[in-house]
Design a protein around this ligand. Structure first.
Ligand SMILES: Nc1nc2c(ncn2[C@@H]2O[C@H](COP(=O)(O)OP(=O)(O)OP(=O)(O)O)[C@@H](O)[C@H]2O)c(=O)[nH]1
Ligand SMILES: [Mg+2]
Length: 189
């Protein structure tokens, strides 16, 4: 441990660690969003479809994030549940132009909410209505009613429109999630 970290932890200001699971259908923009959340010099120029999952670490003012970037392709979706147990927050990304697959996204969300590891936890869920820049995108209010988010019980949730390419909307979402996770982590300690 470096001198600063030692001092910081003595003073009780060590950054809290938070595991965040990024889920959603393939092509919704999870990897693009995570890439944009990283410091500029660590960002990749080309984002390719995720195989299985990848792990990324980055920090903001109050939290050290470990982001589990899950592939949304059908054959890998069964991997999501292995990370439910250890996550402090979930980011569910939806391509807000992919109207044909809103029903599939809703089904995946229901399975997630019904899972044993999630059901009993008061875990915050952030929804990104992504690709807001595209002409045929659906508003976050409309998407929220189509996915019936108001029916979510016992969990704080928030939805915002986002643009993974420019970063628009990302800080509103991640600030909300950080606040929720921080207060949940504090209550556990
Ligand atoms: N126009 C637009 N394109 C976006 C946006 N976010 C992501 N994309 C594009 O959408 C495509 C898919 O993005 P990814 O980040 O690979 O999607 P993913 O959810 O990680 O996909 P999987 O890894 O296959 O699950 C890429 O071509 C991105 O450039 C956005 O906000 N607007
Ligand atoms: Mg990906």
């Amino acid at each position: 441990m470096g001198l600063f970290s030692k001092l910081a932890s003595l003073l009780g200001i060590k950054k809290k660690e938070a595991n965040v699971l990024f889920v959603g259908l393939d092509n919704s923009g999870k990897t693009t969003i995570i890439n944009k959340l990283k410091p500029e010099d660590a960002q990749q120029h080309d984002v390719v479809p995720t195989v299985g999952f990848t792990v990324e670490k980055f920090k903001n003012k109050s939290l050290s994030f470990t982001a589990f970037d899950m592939s949304g392709q059908g054959r890998y979706r069964n991997l999501w549940e292995h990370y439910f147990k250890e996550c402090h927050g979930i980011v569910f990304v939806i391509d807000s132009t992919d109207k044909l697959r809103f029903a599939v996204a809703k089904e995946e969300l229901s399975m997630l909410l019904d899972h044993n590891e999630i059901k009993r936890k008061r875990i915050p869920i952030l929804f990104f209505a992504n690709k807001m820049d595209l002409r045929d995108s659906v508003s976050s209010v409309k998407l929220s009613s189509m996915l019936k988010l108001e029916d979510i019980e016992n969990k704080p949730w928030h939805i915002c429109s986002s643009n993974g390419l420019t970063g628009e909307g990302l800080s509103e979402g991640t600030e909300w999630l950080s606040r929720e996770m921080e207060s949940a982590i504090k209550q556990q300690n």
